[in-house]
Design a protein around this ligand. Structure first.
Ligand SMILES: Cc1cc2nc3c(=O)[nH]c(=O)nc-3n(C[C@H](O)[C@H](O)[C@H](O)COP(=O)(O)OP(=O)(O)OC[C@H]3O[C@@H](n4cnc5c(N)ncnc54)[C@H](O)[C@@H]3O)c2cc1C
Length: 358
């Protein structure tokens, strides 16, 4: 039996970020990750994720703005290069892009609106529709490198990060947590549960988690016709939304948002849906003339989505829960880690991220 201050269950982006903050605060932390380091079965693998401040909801604009200096703090603390600023564009449905502009204005965040022709001149590999909103602080974060840096630094600060050791059972007894793995029983006053798509299976009745829809999403990388072309991170507001960004060494990532089939994280097939592949290729042919067909690479990944697409970052004593990142959580990783560590310390959570019934 091992006693510690905090057990973190799930060593993806959010669990690793919580461990980093907790270890920095001198807590005795044990992280349990069921798969090997760097595995490809969850939501946090791959070389790129969009970082942006451009959201239609002011609360997410503010949260992303809080995350920006924390990315730099993480880079300083780990010596890893994680966030690259490239600028970002939102274009397409005027009403939808307009909501983003309103939220940025409300929060006093800098942006410019360009005409499609002006934008196409600047980013000649792309075609644009409707108003084009350019936000200069956007860019990309390196997902794999971030998770590895968080885990390595948390370990250097004293945390125990265990791979291929799954939680098998979770009990809450007398205000404490008992976690059993195939190897050991762990006891702690609090556990942070950050199990991504597996959260409902791990939490069962221990917390009133809103319904999570788990989908297998797919992304494609295309080679740029001209390697000199500059590529912003981009979101095309249409139905369905298409997003993309440059991934050094792999090309330009292009993908649909929320079109993947529902799946069970323990029984998924990792197979790219051919119809989805064809839709994205047709999109590239029409809107991204700077890219060459067919795709140079493809992969799948899991979304765990709440009905509102709001995150769950809350406490159900003696558990702290981070779940439902709904396909848009990575950019917030360092601030989500802090919010989870604050909840461990007994600080209140943000009402928008509350568990059901709170
Ligand atoms: C295709 C795709 C594109 C995306 N693009 C963006 C983007 O551009 N910008 C952005 O901000 N976000 C993006 N996201 C979202 C972002 O990647 C996720 O929100 C984030 O990675 C979620 O992290 P997590 O730690 O909650 O989940 P995960 O990384 O899945 O971590 C959960 C961990 O829990 C472990 N686990 C599960 N059960 C157990 C158990 N019983 N015991 C121990 N461990 C267990 C799993 O093995 C896993 O490692 C994208 C996601 C996908 C899939």
């Amino acid at each position: 039996m091992r006693r510690c201050d905090v057990v973190v269950v799930g060593g993806g982006a959010m669990g690793s970020a919580a461990a980093w903050w907790l270890a920095r605060r001198g807590r005795d932390v044990v992280v349990l990750e069921r798969f090997e380091q760097g595995h490809l079965r969850g939501s946090s693998h791959g070389a790129s994720r969009i970082f942006r401040l451009a959201y239609p909801e002011p609360e997410y604009v503010r949260l992303a703005r809080e995350a920006l200096p924390l990315w730099r703090e993480l880079e300083d603390d780990t010596g890893a290069e994680l966030l690259t600023v490239t600028g970002g564009v939102d274009h397409g449905l005027p009403g939808s892009v307009g909501l983003v502009a309103d939220a940025l204005s409300l929060c006093g965040v800098d942006y410019r609106t360009l005409a499609p022709a002006e934008a196409a001149e600047r980013w000649s590999g792309m075609r644009f529709a409707g108003p084009v909103l350019f936000q200069p602080d956007a860019g990309r974060v390196h997902a794999d490198r971030t998770v590895l840096a968080l885990q390595t630094r948390a370990e250097a600060l004293g945390a125990e990060v265990r791979f291929e050791e799954p939680l098998e059972s979770l009990d809450t007894l007398g205000g404490a947590v008992v976690v059993r793995t195939p190897l050991e029983e762990l006891r702690a006053p609090v556990a942070v549960v950050t199990c991504g798509a597996w959260a409902p299976k791990v939490l069962t009745t221990h917390a009133a988690l809103p319904k999570l829809t788990v989908t297998q999403e797919q992304v494609f990388h295309f080679a740029p016709a001209d390697p000199e072309h500059a590529w912003p991170s981009f979101i095309h507001h249409r139905d369905p939304f298409v997003y993309g960004l440059e991934t050094p060494g792999e090309g330009v990532k292009v993908a649909e948002h929320h079109t993947g089939p529902q799946t069970d994280p323990d029984a998924r097939d990792f197979v790219v849906d051919p119809a989805g592949r064809d839709r994205v290729a047709a999109y590239v042919a029409e809107w991204l003339p700077g890219l060459t067909l067919p795709a140079a690479g493809e992969t799948t990944c899991l979304y765990a989505t709440t009905a509102t697409q709001n995150f769950v970052i809350d406490r159900a004593d003696p558990l702290v829960v981070g779940a439902g990142f709904s396909g848009h959580g990575f950019k917030f990783t360092p601030v989500v880690g802090r919010l989870l560590a604050d909840l461990v310390a007994g600080e209140p959570g943000l009402p928008r991220f509350a568990l059901d019934g709170r």
